[in-house]
Design a binder for this molecule. Sequence first.
Ligand code: GMT
Length: 378
Amino acid sequence: MNIGIVCYPTFGGSGVVATELGISLADKGHKIHFITYSQPFRLNQFNENIFYHEVSVNDYPLFEYQPYESVLASKIVDVAIYERLDILHVHYAIPHASVAYLAQQILKSRKIKLPYITTLHGTDITLVGQDPSFEPVIFFSLNNSNSITSVSESLRKDTLKTFKIANDVKVIPNFIKMEEYEHYQTSCHRENFAQTHEKILIHVSNFRKVKRVEDVLRVFDIVRKEIPSRLILVGDGPERPAIDKLCRELNTCKDIISVGKIANPKDILAIGDVFLLPSETESFGLAALEAMAMKIPVISSNTGGIPELNIHGKTGFLSKVGDYQEMAKNTIYILSDNERLMQFKIQAYEQAKKFDISHILPMYEQLYKEVIAEGITL
Ligand code: GMT
């Protein structure tokens, strides 16, 4: 199949999923056309079945806001015509679903069919999507998607509750390529981050409010009083100043290492003992899945789709959002006994295997076939 993929190319779960999906589809022989405003950061190896079409918006003094959507729609139309796309798959509803609809209509006027699938990733429904200023457009473009998928059952329910759409939402969970984790040789030296007797706690995110990174620091503050440990923070974002302030107040900065944005977090995950994800909302928690695939148990909130991934008492523990004291207690429980830690590590790893790409890719391929076969009326 000739498949167009639209996504956010920079750091963020939806872009990672879209890129890894495209790469895996290309490995199976499909022709994949990424249509994005910059090269997706995980798209860093040559693949003869992958093509990249950059959406570049020219500056014009009249515009206070650059008309990105118009340029993206034009690019989709162009790629669809000249690369003969069979289907378009857009990741993250805003603004990609409405742009896909516009492109579809333009193509229809030229007697060309381009069905589109919208994959919902989370904040496009749970946060941004609930903003009334977007509502009519999201509602319309979801209703007109030829198919909608969501990355968890929880997000499916949230979507159907938020938007009274006629379309069903099919759950296709996020995935991981287990073979990349199985015998991963990290370039990271544990001794540079912690002493032999110390444990390593890790948090990976984009440091937005929704991630509750302050809870990560509060958990660590309690844990380090019982268990010699270090905290590694991976990522960066708007909450960073608040985090720096809190670690100074708690006097924990000297034991916290901030490594910033890393394209491949496996290197750091390889030296971790416990992963912390106390998010306010989380439709799936791809970062937690990546940690589990690296044999790291997860201490998380019980929000959104996380319970579909992190099994309480087996692969880690779930607590109510904001209950950092219980999260700390559970972290200490896991870390205080090496045999127990090892058991949790193995169980986390076994659970991650259920989300291997080999189980998920056929679901997308099947959906593409169905949507193409169903066709659209001109
Ligand atoms: O919140 C993020 O980390 C970024 C965001 C995105 O769309 O890039 O992540 C969402 O999509 C990921 C991939 O499907 C999910 O694993 C995350 O749970 C989801 N984030 C939220 O729901 C807050």
